[in-house]
Design a protein around this ligand. Structure first.
Ligand code: OOG
Ligand code: NI
Length: 414
């Protein structure tokens, strides 16, 4: 006897299941994350009670389920595998970020995997900021260390071959049967769990001397979620509530200041995760218990996406001594004027319908990096002599890397 039609999971459902399952796993690994999610939901509900009409920047359902993750891999081959895996979830590489140029330089180059169409973003906007180690940068890696790091990375396997071929097929077919989806999502999530495998102490310490992020990436044989970030509608209120619960947040919210007028781009804050127990192996093979503090809790508020012209105004505004005090020298106080001046994107040119910023501002979140690293490499004065660029990365991973501004233009037409 044959049954009825087999229930199918569409791409966006796979993405929503993936985000939710990662969230459950990360909550079990980092309990303070669950507190953050709880407080975020309270802040969002309270905000909507005060401003019942405020659906401008997304429905409560979208915002409450919304997360971004951050992961880090070792080289372009691993990044290509991430790209193949995430394509099954309808998450495509957007933008190129070079954190070596941040105020606290970190030896990685990055992209963000996310949905790119307006309807997909509305269904579930899950995005993952993904960095790869910049081993070719001699300002961080001496030739001998570079060789040993690359050999180490070539000898590990983050994602199984079968998982990746399943991912490519699901991407081609735009979904899969529901029972296959369960297994596929579980297998994908397991790739990002914190490993219990003992860490080689000497190797980890040698890499830590270059950069805490280098050690986090290449000091271990697997990757993991570095953080998972919920979205709030009022980050100033969130910062207050977390402090009241006795969780120490970084001092200042990163990104644009709180101003009267349209919220732009992205504001973020964070707290340092507690030290997590990890096992270490000494040179003589002896195992010991120890701890590492590399993961943290982060939360964000999203505003309207800026045009290239708006973005240069933003950079100028942030270069001022006190950006909050001088904000309105750079930006008008209303969406109508922002729209008329071509500074931000609005659906159909309607200033009551802002296009949400879907990307990242890691270089401006310097305070988050600084406060969450035990120490990191000092900046160096020598020029960059590497090939890293958006085109280099796209070529090496075999996927087009989308230009965020082109995507906002398209979304604004909907
Ligand atoms: C990258 C952090 C970038 C953000 O919110 O800007 C990021 C990392 O720490 O690996 O997640
Ligand atoms: Ni983040």
């Amino acid at each position: 006897m044959t049954g009825g039609p087999v229930p199918r999971c569409e791409t966006w459902q796979l993405r929503a299941q993936f985000a939710a399952a990662l969230s459950r796993m990360y909550g079990s690994e980092v309990p303070a994350y669950d507190t953050l999610v709880e407080v975020s939901a309270e802040v969002n509900a309270a905000h909507l009670r005060r401003h019942p009409q405020d659906r401008r920047l997304g429905s409560l359902e979208r915002v409450t389920a919304e997360r971004h993750g951050a992961i880090r891999v070792g080289n372009a081959d691993e990044l290509r595998q991430v790209a193949d895996l995430f394509s099954a979830f309808g998450m495509y590489p957007v933008g190129f970020y070079d954190l070596r140029t941040a105020a606290s330089p970190v030896p990685v180059v990055s992209t963000a995997f996310r949905p790119i169409h307006a309807d997909e973003l509305a269904r579930n906007p899950f995005r993952v900021f993904t960095s790869m180690l910049a081993t070719a940068d001699t300002r961080f890696f001496a030739p001998d260390l570079r060789t040993r790091v690359e050999t180490f990375l070539n000898g590990r396997r983050l994602f199984g071959a079968e998982l990746l071929s399943t991912a490519r097929r699901i991407a081609d077919e735009g979904g899969c049967p529901a029972d296959e989806a369960r297994d596929f999502v579980a297998a994908a999530v397991a790739c990002f769990a914190l490993s219990r495998e003992p860490i080689d102490r000497g190797w980890y310490d040698e890499l830590s001397a270059v950069s805490a992020v280098a050690a986090d990436i290449a000091g271990v044989r697997s990757t993991h979620i570095n953080h998972l970030t919920p979205r709030v509608l009022d980050i100033d209120a969130l910062q207050g509530s977390m402090t009241q619960r006795g969780i120490t947040m970084i001092e200042a919210i990163q990104g644009p200041p709180a101003v009267d007028g349209p919220e732009v781009l992205l504001r973020q804050t964070s707290f340092r995760a507690l030290a997590e127990p990890r096992r270490f192996r000494a040179a003589d093979g002896a195992l010991s218990e120890g701890s590492l503090r590399v993961r943290f809790g982060e939360v964000e508020q999203r505003g309207v996406a800026l045009t290239p012209q708006g973005r240069s105004r933003y950079d100028a505004a942030m270069a001022e001594a006190d950006p909050a005090a001088t904000w309105h020298r750079h930006f008008p106080a209303t969406d109508a004027q922002m729209c008329a001046d071509g500074l931000a994107y609005y659906h159909g040119g309607d200033p009551t319908r802002p296009v949400v910023y879907e990307d990242f501002l890691p270089a401006s979140a310097a305070g988050i990096f600084r406060s969450n690293l035990d120490r990191d490499a000092p900046g160096t004065d020598r020029p960059d002599d590497t090939q890293y660029s958006r085109h280099w990365m796209a070529d090496r991973i075999g996927h087009h890397i989308h230009d965020p501004y082109e995507l906002y233009e398209k979304v604004a037409c909907t």
